[in-house]
Design a protein around this ligand. Structure first.
Ligand code: IFM
Length: 800
């Protein structure tokens, strides 16, 4: 069953049924002013921080309210909303579609011959939001309407104060009507104080109307709703008069109404604007929309151009429209959202995360390197300055991160402030694929010599930072000379401590050493190259000796020395990540890779992807196997952890198994599940953190939308793996690993300032391989193109 479709031309997802199984969200704005909106106009807004700059209230219980509600009322008394919720008119008579676009959402409704279009967005680079409402009279008689906007302001900028500290936050707010707008004033009683009192200052938010005159207003939420009523039937909307009551204490809000008259066929547009601004600034914003329709059109075009520029660097045309829509638009958009918002704000993350997770952010960067390398570079710099001088990453990097001056997990103050008591084994190792991808995508090898601070003290070049990351792992080895698991590895639910060891981290470490061999060779740093080679060899021996168990790689060792994930274990005897990473790292032999990956397919794969391990933990979990806290088939306890599908895709693609790689791709692809929404529940245009595995009664249901490492990891699996765009320090290898039933594909890619027009032909229906590659008519050696041979525009043909 589907609830909508992709409009690829407009890069929109069109929700045709508003009764979606979960709130289907879109993101508006930028870190300066961010907002989320669901397909029913539910959601919230904040200035800079979801925790400390909250403007609109949202209750995170899945009920998807309150929201940015726009009500339309006829003088005869009938009323409805521009989004289906909150009034929820009978869908047999009321038609509503929501078009989620890139940075904007539009709701079209038709009821009683009135067509409405509510467009929500944050103009590019601005710190206010716009709710533009156009109404058209499609009947043959004149119509008189009352249009009402309702914004439920939080009682405090801080989310926790608003939700928890009610004995305080309910008594600092009031509203003031100022002509065509309503101002909410927090701590208004401090207006005569020249300095903050107890760190508190006067704060102002506004809801304003442009394009019509306010006919009535209300600043008190409960007066707006009326006793015993909810958002679907507010008394002031029902009567057409909001009562002009100011808010004073309790729950203040912004509600504004205006009257419009429409001749047959006539359209009128008004614009409500909202933000955290003084009266003077609000007035300036309000004035911008004196001609609402024209201003809104202009600002939407600017937004669309901005997004088009971000996506143009990689566009594809393959036989699978679902794959095209994800790679060209929605997976890319998802990657930008995780890059921008980290894990801060969604309908699951309520804004309280006070910083960036080291691994999450370093992974997120990978998803946009091919699209926006300079944005990526800036964030890589930032994350390198969050590396401690011992080489480890700060588990949590504060939004207010101050390089050179931070405490570390070795300091009690850091532990107290962040709640992270120790280093994680994998954090800094994510730098290797990320930095390498940046260097090879851009050719900006001078970056290796850039000097950057460490988080706590000292500084070093990027190259030296990477060496320190290697050193961190060498300084934290366990009894088998493999990296210790410490507080966690990628799997937050595996606590292996200083004595236990992680195979996944060992494989990441192998990958890191391999990368350093290459970088050292480039730097002509022979001594370090030899050092990396020697450690790599030693590690290879150890992994093969202790972690290869006949047909699979095991998961590591507990603190007590017990082997995790071995064949004979009663639970969790087969794990996914060590198999895929054995391939990605380059450690697995052909035989090991075939055996391990076949076993993944046999033992772990399902209709919705491969589970993280099998069987789930229940009665045999060791002390550090925290996954057992979850229901079976859920999250780290044998759930289908969607991020890991990206590594699986990449591993199969690197092996040249295009059919398998694509099978894994489609199983967990949101777009490919557009017609199975009753099972998946989540938005068909964004990734989720995990899908419930076969051990769950809700097998196939997905969770934790948008802000997940899945987006970037699947992007890498798709672009580097399936599409085979594999840049290195000198150029680019083109090695598609595609389904054998594809006749070919086309790729448009920007690479180091050149445009590549790539045509792949697959007449013999291979899964991978290259019979010939031509660059601007010249036959190349193998499937490799040295960057130096590229012109501004390049025709590239690859025959498989
Ligand atoms: O790798 C982690 C991630 O950092 C946060 N979410 C869960 C993942 C797996 O444990």
């Amino acid at each position: 069953m589907n609830y909508g479709y992709f409009d690829d031309k407009k890069r929109e997802y069109v929700i045709t049924r508003p009764d979606t199984p979960a709130p289907w969200a879109n993101y508006l704005g930028s870190p300066e002013y961010g907002a989320l909106i669901s397909g029913n106009a539910g959601g919230y807004s904040f200035r800079k921080s979801g925790a400390d700059g909250r403007i609109l209230r949202y209750v995170f219980t899945g009920l998807d309210e309150p929201g940015r509600y726009l009500y339309i009322r006829e003088d005869e008394g009938e009323y409805w909303s521009a989004s289906w919720k909150p009034v929820c008119k009978d869908l047999k008579e009321y038609r509503n579609i929501c078009r989620h676009g890139l940075g904007y959402s539009v709701f079209e409704a038709d009821y009683r011959d009135i067509h409405s279009e509510a467009t929500y967005y944050v103009p590019a680079g601005k710190t206010h939001e716009v709710w533009a409402l156009s109404v058209t009279n499609n009947s043959d008689k004149a119509r008189k309407l009352t249009l009402t906007a309702f914004a439920e302001f939080t009682c405090h900028n801080n989310y926790e104060q608003d939700q928890v500290n009610l004995q305080y936050s309910r008594f600092i707010g009031r509203t003031v009507a100022e002509g065509n707008r309503i101002m909410q004033v927090l701590h208004g009683n401090l207006d005569t104080q020249s300095a903050p009192v107890d760190n508190k200052i006067v704060e102002k938010r506004f809801l304003a109307l442009s394009g019509a005159l306010v006919s009535s207003y209300c600043g008190d939420r409960d007066a707006f709703l009326g006793c015993g009523r909810r958002y679907g039937n507010p008394v002031g909307v029902e009567t057409g008069d909001l009562g002009n009551e100011d808010g004073y204490n309790e729950y203040t809000c912004g509600a504004l109404s205006c009257k419009v008259e429409l001749a047959p066929g006539e359209t009128k547009t008004v614009a409500f604007t909202l933000g955290l601004h003084s009266s003077e600034e609000a007035q300036e914003i309000q004035d911008l929309y004196a001609q609402p329709a024209a201003q809104v059109k202009k600002e939407l075009e600017e937004l669309k151009e901005e997004w088009e520029a971000r996506l143009t660097p990689l566009q594809i045309e393959t036989p699978d429209p679902d794959f095209n829509t994800m790679i060209n638009t929605w997976n890319a958009y998802n990657c930008f959202m995780t890059f921008i918002w980290s894990r801060a704000a969604s309908f699951i993350y309520c804004g309280l995360r006070n910083g960036y997770g080291y691994r999450d952010t370093v992974q997120d960067i990978q998803g946009i390197i091919h699209l926006a390398p300079s944005m990526a570079k800036e964030k890589i710099r930032f994350m390198l300055t969050a590396q401690v001088d011992n080489g480890g990453g700060l588990p949590l990097v504060k939004f207010t991160h101050n390089p050179g001056h931070e405490d570390t997990p070795d300091d009690a103050s850091y532990v107290q402030a962040t709640g992270h008591p120790a280093y994680r084994a994998d954090d800094a190792l994510w730098l290797f694929p990320t930095v390498y991808k940046y260097l090879s995508e851009t050719g900006d090898l001078a970056f290796l010599d850039e000097d950057l601070l460490f988080a706590n003290k000292g500084h070093a070049t990027v190259y030296e930072h990477l060496k320190m990351a290697i050193q961190f792992s060498l300084d934290h080895l366990g009894v088998h000379e493999m990296p210790a698991g410490l507080y966690a590895d990628w799997n937050d639910c595996l606590r292996l401590g200083k004595a236990g060891e992680s195979t996944f981290v060992a494989l990441q470490f192998y990958y890191a050493l391999r990368t350093m061999e290459e970088l050292a060779a480039y730097k002509k740093d022979d001594e370090y190259q030899a050092f990396a080679t020697e450690h790599k060899k030693a590690l290879e021996e150890v992994i093969n000796k202790y972690c290869w168990d006949e047909d699979r790689f095991t998961r590591g060792f507990t603190e007590a020395g017990e082997r995790i994930g071995e064949r004979k274990a009663p639970e969790a005897n087969m794990w996914l990540n060590p198999q895929s990473w054995a391939v990605i790292s380059g450690l697995a032999t052909k035989e090991q890779a075939d055996s391990a990956m076949n076993l993944v397919h046999e033992r772990l794969n399902s209709a919705y992807g491969a589970v993280l391990m099998d069987p789930p933990y229940h009665s045999h979990a060791f002390d550090g196997a925290l996954g057992v806290i979850y229901n079976q088939g859920t999250k780290e306890n044998a759930g289908i952890f969607s991020q890991t599908q990206g590594w699986l895709i990449l591993a199969e693609a690197l092996l040249g198994n295009g059919d398998r790689a694509y099978e894994y791709y489609r199983e967990n692809s949101p777009a490919a599940q557009n017609d199975r929404v009753e099972t998946r529940h989540l938005e068909p245009y964004c990734y989720g953190q995990f899908t419930e595995g076969p051990a769950s009664p809700h097998f196939g249901r997905s969770h934790v939308h948008w802000l997940t490492g899945t987006a970037s990891t699947i992007m890498v699996g798709s672009v580097e793996g399936i599409l085979g765009m594999r840049p290195d320090l000198e150029g680019i290898r083109i090695a598609p690993s595609i389904p054998s039933d594809w006749d070919g594909l086309k790729i448009e890619k920007t690479f180091r300032g050149s445009r590549l027009h790539i045509t792949v032909k697959n007449p013999d229906h291979a899964q991978s391989g290259c019979k010939s590659l031509t660059l601007n008519g010249k036959l190349m050696e193998g499937n490799y193109i040295p960057a130096a041979e590229l012109k501004e525009e390049n025709e590239i043909e690859l025959a498989m």
